[in-house]
Design a protein around this ligand. Structure first.
Ligand SMILES: CC(C)(COP(=O)(O)OP(=O)(O)OC[C@H]1O[C@@H](n2cnc3c(N)ncnc32)[C@H](O)[C@@H]1OP(=O)(O)O)[C@@H](O)C(=O)NCCC(=O)NCCS
Length: 134
């Protein structure tokens, strides 16, 4: 069953202003250390990667139906890439508890699908939350 879908689009420049000014407070509030390592690596344009992950977090908040309301931290929704570059969402803390609450029994599994795209000026992401029902 599809529990929710979320989509977001953001201007890369908005994120670039923060990350290129080395606004460490902003970075640490929004992005985990692992996400920062990925975005700051030498491949690609860091601000585009940051904007893509930011859009994916916003899309997740839309998919759960509440938007960002402060209970779930931005860093509780972590987006990292596999060996082929495919992004994957891992939930922590309150976000993880929310997902567990959606799975009515231990036998039910949740699955989160994310896709990200970015250009020089814009980044966008889509998130789909699936819940296996018995
Ligand atoms: C992965 C690929 C689809 C990305 O498309 P793109 O138009 O270059 O770039 P986009 O801005 O649309 O998308 C970039 C995002 O795609 C996602 N992505 C990367 N690899 C992916 C994969 N294997 N599966 C799903 N998503 C992937 C990432 O989230 C990436 O953003 P991030 O690194 O900031 O997280 C494309 O580069 C591709 O097919 N690569 C295959 C290998 C290759 O390089 N082939 C060319 C030489 S043969």
């Amino acid at each position: 069953m599809i529990k929710g879908v979320g989509i977001d689009i953001i201007e890369v420049e908005r994120v670039a202003q923060k990350v290129e000014q080395e606004d460490q407070h902003f970075k640490n509030m929004i992005f985990t250390k692992n996400e920062q390592s990925y975005c700051d690596r030498s491949e690609g344009v860091p601000a585009e990667h940051y904007a893509g992950k930011y859009a994916a977090k916003e899309a997740f908040f839309k998919a759960i139906g509440t938007g960002w309301r402060g209970k779930i931290k931005w860093t509780d929704v972590e987006i990292l890439n596999d060996q082929l570059g495919k992004p994957e969402i891992t939930l922590h803390n309150v976000a993880k508890e929310w997902m567990e609450g959606q799975c009515q029994s231990n036998s039910n599994q949740g699955n989160i699908i994310v896709s990200i795209s970015h250009l020089k000026s814009m980044a966008t992401a889509v998130v789909i939350i699936e819940i296996e029902t018995s």
